[in-house]
Write a protein of this length. Structure first.
Ligand code: PMP
Length: 383
């Protein structure tokens, strides 16, 4: 019997590796396995190729090669941004939005930190953000696209606030820098990440969300930003992140980033079309369902509260019927606490526990969504 194809709707958690990324990785597992830091010819060649890949990533982002620090993914890049900067300024504080990913939230809890509230659509309140910046604030970290509800933050507007605060510090003779970091892990497939246009000092990118291999990513660190290592050792990555560089993964990541950033506009339109259909139909089929997040939302994330339902149970029922989706983010799947993102946008604990996340990607089709809607309706009626 032919196995029925499952419907995968969790692209915000993981994407399959594209054939381009896979091909770009292949030689580095065998012919080109060398350690880029050794002294002989083959290693020197590996070093040259690492430099080329770094320079490719930099040019895609409009950055300089020395501003790209390869990491093991977005979690490490976020930890590096928060702890790496705050270690340099032990008396300083960091502002983060109340809906940051755990990999920002958790390291921020180890230093002096304050939370910027968000509105019911999951957008940071710019006035409150401005008022929270005090003379000791050294870093502001606001994720570009929230991974649970898809809200898109006004990073450029935040950058303008940061610039005017910097001017004020010059006038006040306060020489503490003020940096802006954004976790762009969910944004890379759909938004322009050109650094100058964004106006950030640090940015996190994850390969595993953009059809590249998992376990690799980078932190963009603007030249002149004071940041120290959190992983120490052989001094690779300009002394900021030690460990033998994973050239295979970096090569796959570079290939994936090229595609992601050159096709983000086209991909957005395609995915948005499917999302719009899904959201229009879902409220017709389940009139009590509420779509979370406002108008400024990522095209690939659909967060739905179905009042009275139990999201764990619903997810399992969908799984049994071949549909793969999430309750909140996969990273918090082991926790019993209701999602902090959902409660921060005003959902009750009960409603947060009645919320499912569907996330779309390259292989999502209208046909799959039509099937999913029917399966979801049956699963809700059945529970
Ligand atoms: N930040 C965001 C916004 C994410 O969605 C994720 C993945 N869920 C991460 C960080 C962590 O990424 P990685 O798995 O590459 O460490």
């Amino acid at each position: 019997m032919k196995k029925r194809k499952r419907i995968y709707l969790d692209y915000a958690a993981a994407t399959p590796v594209s054939k381009e990324a896979l091909e770009a990785m292949r030689p580095y597992f065998s012919d080109k396995f060398y350690n880029p830091s050794a002294g002989y010819l083959s290693s020197r060649q590996a070093r040259i190729e690492l430099a080329e890949l770094r320079s490719d990533i930099a040019s895609i982002l409009g950055a300089r090669p020395a501003e790209i620090i390869f990491t093991s993914g977005a979690t490490e890049a976020n930890n590096l941004a928060v702890v790496g900067v705050l270690n340099e300024f032990p008396e300083a504080n960091i502002l983060i939005s109340s809906i940051e990913h755990e990999s920002v939230l958790s390291p921020a809890q180890t230093v002096h930190s304050k939370e910027i509230p968000v509105d019911n659509n999951g957008i940071v309140d710019l006035d409150k953000l401005e008022n929270l910046i005090d003379e000791h604030t050294v870093l502001i970290s606001v994720g570009f696209i929230n991974n649970e509800i898809g809200s898109i933050q006004p990073v450029k507007d935040i950058s303008k606030i940061v610039q005017s605060k910097r001017q004020k510090r010059i006038r006040d003779n306060n020489n503490r820098p003020l940096y802006l970091h954004t976790d762009a892990a969910q944004a890379t497939n759909y938004l322009d990440l050109h650094i100058n246009r964004l106006g950030v000092d640090l940015a996190t990118i994850s390969s595993g969300k953009i059809y590249g291999p998992k376990g690799v990513g980078c932190l963009y660190v603007k030249a002149g930003t004071k940041i120290g290592p959190i992983v120490r050792g052989g001094g690779q990555e300009f002394g900021i992140r030690s460990g033998t560089e994973n050239l295979a993964a970096i090569s796959g990541f570079t290939a994936a980033l090229k595609i992601a950033q050159s096709s983000h506009a086209k991909e957005s339109v395609k995915v948005l079309n499917i999302r719009n259909y899904f959201e229009t139909r879902i409220v017709e089929i389940l009139p009590k369902a509420v779509i979370n997040g406002g108008k400024k939302r990522a095209p690939h994330i659909i967060s739905i509260t179905i009042p009275g339902s139990d999201n764990e149970l619903l997810m399992m029922k969908l799984d049994e019927r071949g549909v793969e989706c999430a309750t909140g983010s996969a990273c918090m799947a082991s926790s019993d606490e209701p999602s902090k993102t959902l409660t921060s946008i005003g959902l009750s604990h009960q409603d947060a526990r009645s919320t499912l996340r569907f996330s779309l990607g390259k292989d999502s089709s209208m046909k799959d969504i039509i099937k999913t809607l029917a399966i979801l309706k049956a699963a809700v009626e059945d529970s």
